[in-house]
Design a protein around this ligand. Structure first.
Ligand code: ADP
Ligand code: MG
Length: 546
């Protein structure tokens, strides 16, 4: 066997540990949630492997999590009979390989101003929260793989850790915490029991604390809606989303046709992609009759719904379906269709019944709906009514929907108009709005370049074309009498001479200079040839081509 050796933590891990160890936190107890959730993951992974792999160490061990506390010695130990880790995995998972999460988490800690360590699990570095309460952490682990040898990892969280062989281990992982002098409360059975109840009640494996089982294992999604308390839902959400807050939205529904489905879906309070953590993994797990088939199942929902957390249970799925066949199975495609349709409908209902709350949702998660509207041709038409924009007729800061817009179109107005600019002031100072203002026609303001991709990909809404206001042919209704009078300033010969001279002077920099009826105050404006990309899209393309 390999000998004992000492290794340095990778730089970002070290920095993060420094903060974790040296700051005082009110929420230190979340370390237990993180360790329990790692054990539950390890058990889940083992359970899944044990379906196919026949050669397994300690095949008969019960799948459970055991926690022992010793008040006298101020120790806490958490063990599981999960998948375990080989020496290589131990090195990789706990300390050397750059976890992209530790950098993102550091950035988040800096940004939040206060040290909001509660979110640590979201960044994929939850294990290190053990150092909030422990002056020394020992990890004893043995992989399920035949022939795997036991290993020990020890660290005080400062700079380095040591790793070496360990004898006499059974399959799984045992984590021993020597508690800090100011963390003695985590060696109290009552306190630890309260913490498990609070954060880990729904863990689908028994949690046994000093010999007594403490968690309630139940499939809340199969129960009757009317009998479930809000707190139970929230508790369940916290468990599956690894979250500490209340969900923003919750949708619990069942269906019988075309498939038997029980689904419980949540929208979190926060969009973690905003913290630069990279693209989120899917957050909805797939079950059949309360047995998990796949955690965070790929392909169960379209990609743009990756911010949704929850559980989908369908008794129509074969229980031994493999991950590979699952992804392209017709059954899963059917499930996806039903759930996505139902979720879109739900968002529409929420937008109607509580527009302020929906605005809050839109601010954080609107970007995902835009992604769907721009790229998912199965659902873009259904997503369109959920989109929100500022407009020339909205109060600053308030948003309108495409339905709001079409509901107040002018007589004779054929199209829906939009114009891109970084903010309201910028757009309203430009010349493009003049012709619209004069006719009292509403224009949507789009502030992100992606908005123009969304609207030009959608192309139309309820039979009305979506048209960028910087296009040449706008086909606006007849101008009013007032405007007609303004046009008598110059005769047509003078105008032709002027535009010819301008074209000659500007040369290749413009395609054409032509007379326009759309300007009221400004002498000239730049427009796009019809059908071409909007100017904001051109800016994006120019950036990409550099
Ligand atoms: P995350 O759980 O989000 O991956 P953590 O920092 O909590 O991040 O854990 C890092 C990794 O360490 C896990 O992905 C897993 O591979 C490994 N690990 C942690 N605890 C255990 C355990 N009890 N059994 C097996 N592997 C574990
Ligand atoms: Mg974890």
């Amino acid at each position: 066997a390999k000998q004992r050796e000492t290794r340095e933590f990778q730089a970002e891990v070290r920095q993060m540990l420094d903060i974790v160890i040296n700051s005082l936190y009110t929420d230190r107890e979340i370390f237990l949630r993180e360790l329990v959730s790692n054990s539950a993951d390890a058990l889940e992974k083992f359970r899944y492997r044990s379906i196919t792999d026949k050669d397994i160490i300690d095949a008969d061990l019960p799948l459970e999590i055991t926690i022992e506390v010793n008040d006298k010695e101020k120790m806490l130990t958490i063990s599981d009979t999960g998948i375990g880790m080989t020496r290589e995995e131990l090195v990789e998972n706990l300390g050397t390989i750059a976890h992209s999460g530790s950098r993102a988490f550091l950035r988040h800690l800096g940004e939040a101003g206060k040290h909001d360590v509660n979110l640590i699990g979201q960044f994929g570095v939850g294990f290190y929260s053990a150092f909030m309460v422990a002056k020394r952490v020992r990890v004893l682990t043995r992989s399920y793989k035949p022939g795997a040898e036991g290993c020990e990892w020890v660290s005080d969280g400062v700079g380095s850790y040591s790793i070496g062989p360990a004898e006499g281990l059974q399959r799984g992982t045992k984590i021993v915490l020597e508690l800090k002098d100011n963390a003695g409360e985590f060696a109290s059975t009552d306190n630890v029991k309260r913490i498990i109840k609070r954060y880990s009640n729904f863990v689908p494996f028994p949690i046994i604390l000093n010999g007594e089982k403490v968690n309630t294992i139940q499939a809340i999604w199969t129960r009757n809606k009317n009998e479930i308390k809000d707190e139970e839902y929230t508790e369940f959400y916290k468990f599956i989303a690894n979250a500490y807050d209340e969900p923003l939205y919750r949708l619990h529904f069942s269906a019988d046709a075309p498939l038997a489905i029980n689904a419980l879906l949540f929208v979190p309070q926060e969009n973690f992609e905003r913290f630069g953590f990279g693209k989120m993994e899917p957050g909805v797990s797939l079950y059949c009759r309360k047995v998990m088939l796949q955690q965070n199942a790929e392909g169960l929902l379209p990609e743009w719904l990756r911010f949704v957390k929850g559980v989908v249970d369908s008794e129509d799925l074969p229980i031994n379906i493999s991950r590979e066949t699952m992804q392209d199975s017709a059954l899963v495609a059917k499930l996806r269709k039903v759930i996505t349709g139902r979720f879109i409908k739900f968002l529409g209902e929420q937008a109607k019944s509580d527009p302020d709350k929906y605005a809050q949702f839109w601010k954080k998660f609107g970007i995902f709906l835009k992604e769907g509207a721009a790229a998912d041709y199965t659902y873009n038409k259904d997503i369109a009514p959920l989109l929100r924009f500022e407009s020339s007729k909205s109060e600053p800061g308030k948003l309108v929907s495409l339905d709001d817009y079409t509901g107040r179109m002018q007589d004779g107005q054929k199209n829906i108009y939009y114009i891109n600019g970084p903010n309201r002031e910028f757009i309203e100072a430009g010349p493009y709005l003049e012709a619209f203002k004069l006719r009292d026609i509403e224009v949507l303001y789009t502030h992100e370049p992606v908005d123009d991709f969304v609207l030009s990909n959608l192309a139309e809404y309820q039979g009305k074309k979506l048209v960028s206001a910087d296009q040449a042919e706008l086909d606006l209704p007849e101008p009013s009498e007032d405007e007609k009078q303004r046009e008598e300033g110059m005769d047509s010969l003078e105008l032709r001479n002027l535009t010819a001279w301008m074209k000659q002077t500007l040369g290749d920099r413009v395609n054409e200079v032509r007379e326009s009826k759309r300007l009221v105050e400004s002498p000239a404006l730049l427009i796009n040839l019809d059908g071409a990309m909007t100017s904001s899209m051109q800016r994006v393309m120019q950036m990409l081509n550099k």
